[in-house]
Design a protein around this ligand. Sequence first.
Ligand SMILES: [Zn+2]
Ligand SMILES: [Zn+2]
Length: 140
Amino acid sequence: MTDATLTGSCLCGSVSYRVRKPFLRFAHCHCGRCRKATGTGHASNIYVDPSNFEWVSGREFTKRYDLPTAQSFSTTFCTQCGTPLPHHTRSGREMVIPAGSLDDPPGSLPQVRIFWDSRAPWEGSADGVPTASELPNGWR
Ligand SMILES: [Zn+2]
Ligand SMILES: [Zn+2]
């Protein structure tokens, strides 16, 4: 395994995966959907090319949910412990990796806070990470 390969897993350990760099994007998302899906102030997601991702174990314990009222929102979680887990974007072009499910330090920092205008009133300050009111230009 090289430095460019990271492992990840869920809280209960049923599901594990491997992901290879490079990261396409790394962002905190403050939208209301991510808040619900994670139960926290924001989701911290890393995007990679799907060819750089593979399940190692427990894929049968993953469940995907595509929010019917949304154009692109999806989440995947462990059916045993509820940990948010990697999933294809609905376009299939990218894989979304919840940064908190990584076992290893990602080796880079989030580049932007997106949907900053939708943040929870109890969210902390932006800590120097650039913010975008919704999606930055060029993002789907
Ligand atoms: Zn689990
Ligand atoms: Zn979001």
